[in-house]
Design a protein around this ligand. Structure first.
Ligand code: ZN
Ligand code: ZN
Length: 340
């Protein structure tokens, strides 16, 4: 099969993903093989490629927002049939045995395996996943729309939950990339007032078009303090201003898998009055099922910019340079469902 392969970590400007012919994977016991239609690009792919996540000592096929159809059910599988449309997300496998897995926190599993990092991902024509870690894709979404839901959507939804945001409250979003543009659609559906803080003028424009009550580049200029906030930008220096702009008892969730260091905080200014600061780590399968259900009900309409698989380097460079509006999606199967 055709795949975009990372041999060793390097800046995306050097186009480190190489198009290569690699052997077709085979579905083992409990696994399904999926013919990939589309795969979303994610900032985590950049962190893997550029070595901000611990580099692995072997070639990697990135990509963890995969939409495709089952083409080979492995021995002992029963959940899906050939031709069923499924999604594959970042959590590829969790042990089911450790204290976290046994307490509904498989996102913190001691021996988790992640798609497009430890296990080969979706920048390829075929991919294999344990059937228990695949998601049925609701029919209201095209292949293009469904891809960004599988990480940007799921992690955004977990971040929204971790921010304790309740219907009707005020929510501040810092950074307005793929995940935030999905979260805003859920928050608005809940009747929330949403403020968006980003340096990127194009992102501010999209935020206002999607229904943000305010979009600006400086947290201090927000019309009011927020009940909840989510920091999507991987910039630790945004943590103090974001905490400062919270109401008493408010919660700031940090959505990124990687972030630059957080500068020192003032107790009175940033944390006292029971302000909460929380990180977000991966997701559980339940988060994924819940997000897909909510997304289909609204329904969420991700804005996508589409690239062929061979242009993966270019798609990721544009993501790094904040030149995408909405979500970048690679098409692997040329006849991927553009329409719902
Ligand atoms: Zn575990
Ligand atoms: Zn991701």
């Amino acid at each position: 099969m055709n795949a975009m392969v990372l041999k060793s970590c390097a800046p995306i400007e050097t186009a480190p993903l190489e198009r290569r012919e690699v052997p077709d994977p085979v579905a083992g016991p409990g696994e399904i093989r999926v013919r990939v239609h589309t795969c979303g690009t994610c900032r985590t792919d950049l962190h893997v490629i550029e070595g901000e996540l611990p580099p692995l000592d072997r070639p990697i096929i990135p990509g963890h927002q995969i939409v495709g159809t089952v083409d080979q059910p492995g021995p002992g599988t029963s959940r899906f049939r050939v031709g069923d449309r499924v999604g594959i997300a970042w959590l590829h496998h969790a042990c089911g045995q450790c204290s976290f897995c046994r307490s509904d926190r498989e996102n913190l599993c001691e021996s988790s395996v992640f798609t497009g990092y430890h296990a080969p991902g979706g920048y390829a024509e075929l991919v294999v996943v344990p059937e228990d870690f695949a998601y049925p894709i609701p029919s209201v979404f095209s292949d293009l729309e469904a891809a960004p839901l599988l990480c940007a959507g799921i992690i955004g939804y977990r971040s929204l939950r971790r921010s304790e945001c309740r219907p009707g409250q005020t929510l501040a979003l810092y950074g307005f990339g793929s995940s935030a543009h999905i979260v805003i659609q859920i928050a608005l559906h809940w009747g929330c007032t949403v403020y968006v803080c980003t340096r990127n003028a194009g992102h501010r424009e999209l935020a206002l078009r999607l229904g943000a009550a305010w979009a600006g580049s400086r947290a201090e200029q927000m019309p009011t303090p927020a009940d909840s906030a989510i920091l999507f930008a991987p910039a630790g220096d945004l943590v103090p201003p974001a905490l400062k702009q919270l109401k008493k008892g408010g919660t700031l969730a940090l959505a990124g898998i990687y972030m630059t260091d957080v500068p020192s905080l003032g107790y009175e200014e940033h944390l006292f009055y029971e302000k909460n600061l929380r990180s977000v780590t991966a997701n559980t399968r339940q988060d994924g099922l819940d997000l897909l259900e909510v997304a289909a009900r609204i329904p969420i309409r991700p804005r996508t910019e589409v690239f062929p698989l061979a242009k993966a380097n270019e798609a990721l460079l544009r993501l790094k340079q904040d030149r995408l509006r909405g979500s970048g999606v690679l098409t692997i199967l040329p006849e991927a469902r553009q329409n719902r």
